[in-house]
Design a protein around this ligand. Sequence first.
Ligand SMILES: Cc1cc2nc3c(=O)[nH]c(=O)nc-3n(C[C@H](O)[C@H](O)[C@H](O)COP(=O)(O)OP(=O)(O)OC[C@H]3O[C@@H](n4cnc5c(N)ncnc54)[C@H](O)[C@@H]3O)c2cc1C
Length: 354
Amino acid sequence: MFATLRNTLSRQLPRAYSTAAGGAKNGNGLLWASLATGGVLVGGRFSHTLPAHTWNIRVHAKAQSLTSTILHPKYAAQIGYYYTRSKEAQANEAPVTKALDPKNFTPFKLKEKVPINHDTSMFRFELEPNQELGLDITSCFVVKARLDGDEKDTIRPYTPVSPQHARGHFDLVVKNYPQGKMSSHIHNMTPGDVLEIKGPIPKHPYKANEFKEIGMIAGGSGITPMLQLVQHVLADPNDHTKMTLVFANKSENDIILRSTFDKFAQEHPDRFRVFYVVDKASSADWKGETGYITKDMVKKYMPSPDQDNVLVSICGPIPMMKLVSGTKAPDYSQGEVGGIFKELGYSSNQVFKF
Ligand SMILES: Cc1cc2nc3c(=O)[nH]c(=O)nc-3n(C[C@H](O)[C@H](O)[C@H](O)COP(=O)(O)OP(=O)(O)OC[C@H]3O[C@@H](n4cnc5c(N)ncnc54)[C@H](O)[C@@H]3O)c2cc1C
């Protein structure tokens, strides 16, 4: 379902999006086989390439005499494997719990950090095997940290890029702003460190087919809420919403997750289109738009405000929002529609500012 994102990320994170159904090489299994007759306990670490089906192993193991099963290294390894797989299977069967608490900050442990480009990395945080984060589409969470010398906490919103129902972990893609308080703090984390997170913070509750067309304008790391929405819509074959994304960055090198979006567009040409804008092109080969977002670009790529059932959404730095949509109100409510959207006649129920 999320093969594109999975492929993109798995090149950098080899264990990205592994599932319980995946192959099991080098399975580490602590074998506990308590025999009714003698209460024999056998423990060990096993490194075998083993068959991938738990139930075959269960049947096979039962077919052996208990003694030979336990003592023969081959079968011991298989039972060790069965034990490991069985734990995974049990995690799959166990009720799925949600890790986030909307009222309180919860600590999440960083497992891995993988650079994506010169200033952006992906951060994988641990969940229990039967836990998912518990974010609705579209929503984000807030991260809190008391940074050196500060008297109060710094709090910022982030949107994970892992699929909505991913279990066992979640991934954040964070762009590092050299003067940025929270982004620098996250980039300075090492595996084992914890991040305090609270959520979900609902944004625009999404219903399939509510809109005929959704236009999205993202700047820099403002792309993550758009990724959340795009991958969710495309994963549902009964959702016929058309989506167009305009993704603005300083330079080509700053465009994160580009191959993910290109693949989405290739695989779903009737449902998703993506266009890139850079402040300044680095070569004459650049095929996208150049400069800041203009009224012409909005007219060209976004659904027209004259149509029914359309939404234009935006997430990015404040100057971009001022120019295109007007900023949010000081209390973080949507505020008035301003900028290019206002000039072009979009009404407040046609605009959503993340
Ligand atoms: C709904 C939502 C979801 C978000 N999800 C993500 C996410 O998944 N990943 C991610 O990396 N960021 C995301 N952001 C942005 C994030 O919340 C922070 O604003 C960002 O990490 C910078 O915070 P900071 O504390 O490091 O910078 P600050 O200390 O707040 O700012 C320091 C400097 O960085 C500049 N700056 C701050 N933010 C931006 C920006 N977006 N573009 C350009 N310059 C900026 C400021 O102008 C200032 O000069 C999201 C924002 C929103 C509203």
